[in-house]
Every structure is written in C-alpha cells, then in structure tokens.
Design a protein around this ligand. Structure first.
Ligand code: PLP
Ligand code: COI
Length: 364
C-alpha cells in the first residue's frame, strides 16, 4: 500500500505519440471536450491494498466486466480543472487543492474511498507534465478531468470494494459556441436538479444525467444553459446545469445563491466572491427568487447576470427565457462588472497579473 509521502508513478512509454504538427492542428480550434491528449493517469483502490498501482499510461479504453458496479448504480464522481501555459513555458494550475478537497467530499457523499490530497495533486501534475505539449497558447487551456468509479464486478446494492481513479486531459477553447458573447438561459418550470438530502453538492455523474433532459429543453428553446429552481418551493434560483450564477445590482452589490447543500460549491464561485470583496464590492450569499429576478429586470435594479465555472469561466447572461416569455438583462450584452471580474480572474489564472490571494500553483 502506498502512503501519503510515497506516491510514485510508473511511467509507460508511449508507442506512438502524436506528432508536434498534428498537435498544432488540433490546437487551432479545439472546441470543448472533443480532443484528448496522449496519456492518462490511473490508480486503483481495493480494501486489502488501499491506493496502489499509480501509473502514467498512454490513453486507452478500460476493459470492464458487464457487471461492473458503476454501470448499474452510477457510483462515480469527477472534477474539472484547467492547466494554463504561463510565462517562460511554465505550467499553472488554479487552486488544485480545492478540487482535491471537493473530490474527497464528493467521495464521502457517494460512499467511495477518498483519494488522498497528495495523490490527487501528484496525478494531475504527472499528467500535465506528460502532456505538456498539448497545452494551448493564448486564450486556450488544458482541461483536466479527474474522475473515479466503482470498478467491482458485483450486482448487490452496496458500496463497491474496488475503485479506479483516473485523470484525462483535453485542450479546450471557449465552452460556449459564441465565445465570450452573452448567453441565453432557460428557466426550467418542470425539472429540478437536486433536493434537500440529495447529492446536489457532490460532483457525481448522476447529477448531470438528471440534468440532460432539462438541458435539451433549454436547447429546444434556443438557450445555451438551463437554470434550475429549488425542488421544494420551485421558487429559488439555485444554479445552472454546469455553472453557478451571480446577479449584479444597480447599487453595486453582487448577489449569489447560498451553499444550501443542493448546489455545487464552485471553486470559481468562491474565487469570484473573494476577488469581488478584495475589490471592495459587497457580495451577498442569499436566496434569490425567480419572481424577484423578473421584478428586478423590470425595475432596472438588476444590471448584469453572469454564470461561472471552470469550463465556462465567466459568461455574461443577456437573456432569460421561461414559460412566460423572454426578459432582456440590461442591453442584452456582457456588462462592465462581468468583464471586470472575468479579466481579473483570467489574468490571475494565466499568471498575467498579480495573484493577491496566492491561488496559482506552479506545476512545472
Ligand atoms: N455547478 C455545476 C453544476 C457545475 O458542474 C460546475 C462546474 O464544475 C460549477 C457549478 C462550477 O464549479 P467550478 O467553478 O468549481 O468549476
Ligand atoms: C466544469 O466546469 O468543469 C464542469 O464540470 C461543467 C461542465 C459543464 C463541463
């Protein structure tokens, strides 16, 4: 069994690494989640051995028994983070310890074996180092996807006694097809994402499976993302399918729904709160209803709305659609507060401006 101080990774030699020219062609327009790098990192957990067999391997399919537990009861969690190319060919990660800790909390909620923080960070660093050639320049980044699933061959309903932890990576550009333009969101009157006592605060695959139909309805209404309201009163704004949400008011305050156990505690969300407060902006984490949202658009009290997350970064929301019609926020474009927060956050993440809260982690 490996101890915390002893995470040594076996390194497989890739038989046929992608050529520099082919990588350059992929990086021209990577999109999001379509292109994958040459390597992956894996580690295994069993009751007898704990975490063991940590490897940097070349990327290849898993071989799973049809009775593999994850295929039946969805005991699976994941993370999303990015590596950036900094000055002098350095590689920067943004607050990776926060991802490691959230991964542990998700594991606990899903009754899985937690990955030690040091193993998580080393795995991410090992992959970034093996696939450094794949990190885009400019405004792109290397999206990292650590995940873990129940790998025991067993059909009884109980926590698995075996897990596989893996990290894969893909070079990415903007998450939304319109780049940095304002997005339109659909407020679902039919579906909810998470109920009290459920798994809303965990980053488990099942939450996303449950969101897909609502997201498909959003797309049918010409929207980029779905906004979920709370499951009990169907009144309070919670979050989007894959992002948290902020409201910027005429009096200068920022409002965002509180961490009530149903929404994902976004690392971007936490960073926006800290950055805004550091800039002297008042941030209120408080319940905000959809009715109030509509009233504040009508009165002009609400000036800007933005969504935030690792994939989306900071995305201005220009329009909301719902069963009752459409509302335009401000002039429907990305507002100055959203722009300012986006510039600050991305500047820090990419090592282009001062990092006042020491968030950037040098990965090599
Ligand atoms: N909410 C949901 C449902 C998400 O999937 C994400 C993305 O990870 C977020 C919020 C934002 O979290 P973070 O800022 O940590 O990426
Ligand atoms: C992320 O932002 O990392 C997510 O997991 C959200 C998903 C929409 C890609």
């Amino acid at each position: 069994m490996m101890t915390n101080t002893q995470w040594a990774f076996t390194q497989e030699v890739h038989p046929n690494p992608t050529s520099i020219d082919a990588i350059a062609a992929h990086l021209e327009n990577p999109g999001f989640g379509r292109i994958f790098t040459d390597h992956m990192v894996t580690a295994r957990w069993t009751e007898e051995r704990g975490w063991h067999d940590a490897k940097v391997e070349f990327r290849k399919p898993f071989q799973l028994d049809p009775a593999c537990a994850v295929l039946h009861y969805a005991q699976e969690i994941f993370e999303g983070m990015k590596a950036y190319r900094g000055a002098g060919d350095s590689v920067l990660l943004f607050r990776p310890t926060e991802n490691a800790r959230r991964f542990q909390r998700s594991a606990e909620r899903m009754a899985m074996a937690p990955v030690p923080e040091a193993l998580f960070i080393k795995a991410v660093e090992a992959l970034v180092s093996a696939d450094k050639r794949w990190i885009p320049d400019g405004d792109g980044s290397l999206y990292l996807r650590p995940f873990m699933f129940a790998s025991e061959t067993f059909l009884g309903v109980r926590p698995s006694k075996e897990y596989i932890f893996c990290v894969i990576a893909c070079p990415v550009g903007p998450y939304f097809k319109n780049g940095n333009s304002a997005v339109t969101v659909w407020v679902s009157d039919e579906y909810t994402r998470a109920a009290p006592g459920g798994t809303g605060a965990a980053k488990c695959g099942g939450n996303y499976a449950a969101s897909l139909l609502a997201q498909a309805q959003a797309a049918e209404h010409g929207c980029d993302q779905v906004v979920f309201l709370d499951a009990v009163e169907h009144r309070w704004v919670e979050e989007l399918g894959g992002m948290n949400i902020f409201f910027s008011m005429a009096d200068g305050t920022l409002v965002t729904p509180p961490l009530n156990g149903n929404i994902l505690p976004g690392i971007t969300r936490a960073s926006v709160i800290d950055l805004a407060r550091n800039e002297g902006i008042t941030v209120e984490e408080r319940p905000y209803s959809f009715d109030q949202w509509c009233a504040d658009v009508a009165s002009g009290h609400l000036r800007e709305v933005f969504a935030c997350g690792t994939a989306a970064v900071i995305a201005g929301v220009g329009r909301i659609r719902h069963v009752g019609g459409e509302l335009v926020i401000g002039d429907g474009t990305v507002g100055p507060v959203t722009e300012r927060i986006r510039d600050l956050l991305t500047g820090i993440q990419r090592g282009r401006i001062d990092d006042p809260l020491s968030w950037v982690h040098h990965a090599g």
